[in-house]
Design a protein around this ligand. Structure first.
Ligand SMILES: [Zn+2]
Length: 236
């Protein structure tokens, strides 16, 4: 009987000890989690995607306000943490934890994801399913994005910075861009007004020639018929 009582007391003591350890661990654990900005680019099917190009395209689509808002959110969060530290009884300890979790230099994170097909076999039947996998990660601070956005604003958000500074502007004349300009100008010569819906004999012309620093961007492109295009190149 005595031994049973002792055994029972031991179990209770161990239980209380475990509860105390769990509670202390919880109190000591950092309550701060840095609020990262995260954005995912699905690059499935793109052969050599460039992170900077995709960030430029993201900014060109008018998303800088999301970045700005998030930056304000981080400032608010930091202020709230400071207040929390002031109220805490372990000020020094909490301050250290807060400073350890700060990561302003990589606050904005961008990821490349690729959809991959996987297979599962069950009852002799093979079925496919897709999973998204992160293949690249890039982190930067707010100033980097602000500066990039400013430079894009200067070129009217027309293309990526890499394309703008590309030495070989003719290389940027892709099939897709040609089609886009044809549709915009309604298959009509912008000089004489000739409408040629079959595209034959129509050219996409650089308004300011590439040789004079003209860029391959929609605002510097127009549709011309062969005749007008020929006349233009004779003049220049
Ligand atoms: Zn014409």
């Amino acid at each position: 009987m005595q031994i049973l009582k002792l055994y029972f007391l031991c179990v209770i003591a161990i239980l209380i000890l475990v509860i105390v350890i769990v509670c202390v661990a919880r109190i000591l654990r950092s309550p701060f989690r840095y609020p990262y900005f995260e954005h995912y680019f699905d690059v499935s099917g793109k052969r050599t995607p460039q992170m900077e190009d995709l960030i430029d395209e993201y900014l060109n689509s008018g998303n800088f306000n999301k970045i700005q808002k998030h930056n304000q959110y981080i400032s608010r969060w930091e202020k709230e943490c400071q207040e929390q530290i002031q109220k805490s009884i372990m000020k020094k300890y909490r301050r250290k934890q807060f400073e350890a979790c700060l990561d302003d230099s990589e606050a904005f994170r961008f990821y490349f994801t690729r959809k991959q097909t996987r297979y599962r076999q069950r009852d002799y039947v093979k079925t496919s399913y897709k999973v998204s996998q992160i293949t690249r990660q890039f982190g930067c601070n707010y100033t980097y994005l602000e500066e990039r956005n400013r430079q894009l604003w200067e070129i009217n958000y027309e293309c990526t910075l890499r394309n703008y500074h590309e030495k070989n502007q003719r290389k940027l004349m892709t099939k897709e861009l040609r089609k886009k300009i044809m549709i915009r100008d309604n298959y009509t010569c912008q000089n004489c007004g000739k409408y040629m819906p079959d595209e034959v004999g129509l050219h996409v012309d650089h308004i300011i020639p590439v040789s004079k620093g003209g860029k391959t961007v929609p605002s510097n492109l127009q549709v011309l018929c062969s005749k007008c295009n020929g006349n233009k190149s004779n003049r220049t």
